[in-house]
Design a protein around this ligand. Sequence first.
Ligand SMILES: [Zn+2]
Length: 106
Amino acid sequence: MECLFCKIVKKETAAHIIAENEGILAILDAYPASDGHVLLITKKHFPNIAEIDEEKPRDSGNYLEYLGCYDPRSKEIKLDKDNIKKWLSQGAQPTDTVKSLFKKHL
Ligand SMILES: [Zn+2]
């Protein structure tokens, strides 16, 4: 039996999709903990997160979209303004920490 997330990936169940790539789908949560709460769903079904790690480590470089980076040694921050504006326009809501970062650097 398929889980709800597999049905969303197959577009058999409605969801507010804000981004996707070959392996991941980003949707607005139906029961958000806060405004703009985004869920990242793997397109391949995994029974739990530990099994994702075995097959594809988090540091594999396969991320949804580059938004920026921070070098703690040089304190240098690089942000991709176009990608950030796109995500914000699609409903993503940054945390207070990220909001203050955007305010300083965008
Ligand atoms: Zn599933």
